[in-house]
Design a protein around this ligand. Structure first.
Ligand code: AMP
Ligand code: ZN
Length: 470
């Protein structure tokens, strides 16, 4: 049985399907005003691993992942009433239009996903192109008494209209202090201090604004994920993923919105990935501690070394990454690819179902990828399994791990290098033979043998082989 930890029930739950044979999953995607850092990529990997584990179980997986290119304000984490749009702020910094910024970083995001072997989503709706969906949803929430318009052209969600508020994060409405996220002030247009903006009316901003029945404005950040997920995946979504920081308020508010539209629980399971630290510190632009996938090749590292390093930890554990860890992962990756290429030249044999089943069981157990990798290492060492069977098993399991383990098959094998001092002796020996100095030729042959080079004399001259290093 495939189980994943559910944030709402706070325990692992069997992954179920609202639609027979299908798995519908929604991932909170990037705000495309900057490059994704490796921490972000860890969160996106989570959905890819779920997809692969589900596909192994023959489920047809449909993933929707939004692209936020409007509505995410610079201080959304502290306040839902003020702040500048992240896209517009970055456009000013780079002296480009918001659209140019959005498309540039969206392309970079897609390139990062490809570099990590994370398969693209089936639907990647952009917020700026989904405004109609949001307006329709807001209108419905007003009609059903879950939202209300204010004098400044905004529309707020009435938090008290949704009884289940707080189930996801534990932040019940009664526990939330007025002004807890605004440093004490409460917007006077709010009926209740925890209400939030579905739509933000503006009379000042001119870019990235739209006309609505309530006035000109732009969507609140939480609005898009409800509107897009309901539109593209329907009212029964099996899994919703994101980084742990999104649990509150983003997902709590999103759940309130979506459930209020549908009249029932929309998302069956909420799965959150823990955060990544780099060299012991939080990754943030302000402290200069940001690492990008594109930094790896500059250090001679394969981008998939990052994927392997992530797999060494379960998604639910906080993880501290370092360059040393990445270098070690890179070495392991290269060794596995070489071995797989080597084993592929051996007589073919059926894969080891014992090892394959153990890895599949680890993935099914709430994505226990560290256990999966331990099994892979045990298989690598197991002398009772033939090289042909190892090849088949590694190649098969790579559908789960996604590490391109079969990449080096068929590549020419590099000639082994001569040990130090061998080239000079070979040359000296060729000269000794040409001068018929047999005692010198024999002495050099013995010296070469002592450093691992076996010389034989052929009609074409001397030939040599290098003994494999132990
Ligand atoms: P953002 O672009 O900031 O909205 O974040 C995109 C995704 O990355 C979200 O799912 C976040 O929860 C996640 N995220 C942000 N920082 C980290 C981190 N340090 N480690 C893991 N995931 C993160
Ligand atoms: Zn979202």
């Amino acid at each position: 049985m495939f189980r994943l930890y559910d944030t709402r029930s706070r325990q692992p739950e069997p992954v179920g399907q609202a639609h027979r044979g299908e798995l519908r999953m929604y991932d909170c995607g990037p705000t495309v005003y900057r490059y994704a850092h490796v921490g972000n990529l860890r969160s996106y990997l989570l959905s890819d691993l779920i997809r692969r584990a589900a596909e192994r179980r023959k489920l047809q997986v449909t993933v929707c992942q939004n692209i936020t290119d409007v509505g995410h304000l610079t201080d959304d984490s502290q306040s839902d009433a003020t702040g500048e749009d992240k896209m517009l702020a970055q456009a000013r910094t780079e002296d480009r239009t918001a659209l140019e910024i959005a498309r540039y970083y969206e392309d970079a995001f897609r390139a990062d996903l490809a570099g990590m072997n994370i398969r693209p989503a089936d639907y990647s709706p952009r917020a700026s192109e989904s405004i109609e969906l949001m307006i329709d949803m807001i209108a419905e929430l007003i009609d059903t008494g879950h939202a209300y318009a204010t004098a400044d052209g905004s529309v707020l969600f009435d938090a008290r209209s949704f009884a289940g508020y707080g189930e996801l994060s534990g932040n019940r409405l009664g526990d939330l202090q007025p002004g807890h996220r605004t440093g004490g002030s409460v917007d006077s247009s709010k009926r209740f201090h925890a209400d939030w903006a579905l739509w933000k009316g503006t009379s000042e901003r001119t870019e990235l604004t739209w006309q609505t029945p309530w006035g000109t404005g732009f969507p609140g950040w939480h609005t898009e994920c409800s509107a897009m997920s309901l539109h593209h995946l329907g009212e029964h979504i099996d899994i919703h993923t994101g980084g742990i920081d999104l649990r509150f308020p983003h997902h709590e508010n999103e759940r309130a919105q979506s459930n209020s539209v549908a009249g029932h629980e929309v998302v069956r399971q909420w799965v959150h990935g823990e955060h990544l630290l780099f060299e012991g510190r939080k990754m943030s632009k302000s402290t200069g501690n940001v690492v990008l996938l594109s930094d790896l090749p500059g250090r001679g590292l394969d981008p998939l070394a990052l994927r392997l390093a992530f797999l060494e930890h379960r998604y639910r554990q906080q993880m501290n990454l370092s360059w040393d860890t990445l270098e070690a992962a890179d070495k392991t990756l290269r060794r596995w690819r070489e071995r797989v290429a080597d084993w592929a030249r051996s007589p073919s044999a059926a894969m080891s179902s014992r090892y394959a089943d153990a890895v599949a069981a680890a993935f099914d157990d709430d994505l226990d990828t560290p256990a999966g990798l331990r099994t892979l290492r045990a298989l690598e060492r197991d002398e009772a399994v033939s090289p042909g069977a190892k090849f088949e098993t590694f190649a098969h399991l790579d559908r789960l791990f996604g590490l391109d383990l079969a990449r080096d098959i068929g590549k020419p094998v590099a000639a082994p290098e001569l040990p130090d001092g061998a080239a000079d002796r070979l040359e000296a020996r060729a000269k000794a033979r040409a001068a018929s100095d047999w005692p010198a030729a024999d002495r050099l042959r013995d010296e070469l043998a002592a450093i691992g080079v076996t010389v034989t004399d052929t009609p074409q001259g001397q030939a040599w082989t290098i003994r494999a290093a132990r």
